[in-house]
Design a protein. Structure first.
Lengths: 197, 197
DNA sequence: GACGGAATTCATCAACCGGTGAATTATGGC
DNA sequence: GCCATAATTCACCGGTTGATGAATTCCGTC
């Protein structure tokens, strides 16, 4: 039956929720119709409310997390406590927006532009400033790379692949167990680096 | 022009090479025709030689790497050297089959079955046996999870996202810099684990 | 040099994709 | 109660996907 439904419209919100789930599971490619179906709504509603699938994705990921805000308190921390502060801030943020995080990461797998944004986001805006602040030497790039490898691995296993026991672990547990590594990469000694790597 | 080409046929091999590149860049979804195009060949050749796109993917990933073979020598190592041995074995294997690794990981993002296989592969067949062998206590799951987080992060940054300087780093450099973390997760002390995690 | 079979292209298929525009129905202000 | 407006569905479009079957051309063998 065509025409407006009775009662107040919750369609827009239902689409957003369905989209967050589907995007988190499968990324942005290959699904508008399933989102509509899961929301119990005609696919045309997506174009109506969000213009296009890209618009919907932007709306889903719109609650922009500014990495500067997240790491700002970390930069004021004591050097010996930097890793714990950083991990606490990151895990707290990610736990609060796990589905959006998964949606972005999964979509970035197939989208070069988005992948570049994620890279900038993680490496330049989050990891690098912290490393620059706390590194006891000038091996910024090395420390940033190592840090990034541990942090992206945490994101991948806990939030994307959802491997247990990490996926359901308490935030404090995660911080306790991974902080030593992060602290080592941040301020610990590094192996001698042969000339051209 | 229809009909057979002159000279000996290299089509099958050309398709395989093109497929490895394309799959490594974009995963298995959304491309048969580009593979054919890159191989300079009609898309129908893929069905002709490999039956279907799935068959082509299987052919590309057919050089099966048995994780048991890779970690077998590691299990004989000295406990103090286990991390270096493990990382050396892994990095060597991955470097030799980087495009296949990337193809599998990228495809697993969208394929639940494949994702499960990857999980089993990494967690049960590779990480777990090593942890079981070297762990000084019974916290196998914890150590396996931590190890997996660092190892998947390495795969992600070095082989999939190709973030520098990790992507171009010498294998020895990678082993030198990450082995301490791996050794720590494998045999080092862990924080006290509160009851229900 | 004729001929069976393999290799290759072409035209084409149904299915699905994201998106558009018109038609239909309810809502809410006046 | 009227009516502009918003909400919703429907039919449909051009484009792309993976795959099929027939037609064409070359190779190897006898």
């Amino acid at each position: 039956m065509s025409g407006r439904r009775r009662g107040p419209s919750t369609t827009r919100q239902q689409i957003l929720e369905a989209a967050r789930e589907v995007f988190a599971d499968r990324g942005v490619d290959g699904t508008t119709r399933e989102i509509a179906q899961r929301a119990g709504v005609d696919p045309a509603m997506i174009a109506h409310y969000f213009g296009s699938k890209g618009g919907l994705f932007q709306a889903v990921t719109a609650l922009q997390i500014d990495p500067a805000d997240v790491i700002a308190p970390v930069l004021d921390a004591d050097a010996s406590d930097a890793a714990r502060q950083l991990l606490t801030a990151l895990v707290r943020t990610w736990d609060a927006h796990a589905s959006v995080l998964s949606a972005v990461v999964r979509s970035a797998t197939r989208n070069t532009v988005l992948a570049g944004q994620v890279r900038t986001f993680v490496l330049e805006r989050a990891v690098r400033p912290v490393v620059t602040r706390f590194s006891p030497d000038d091996r910024i790039d090395t420390r940033a790379a190592l840090l990034a490898s541990q942090i992206t691995g945490l994101v991948l296993t806990r939030y994307i692949l959802r491997w247990e026991p990490l996926a359901s672990a308490d935030p404090d547990w995660v911080v306790d167990h991974i902080a030593p590594t992060v602290q080592g990469y941040l301020t610990g000694p590094l192996p001698d680096s042969p000339a051209g790597r």
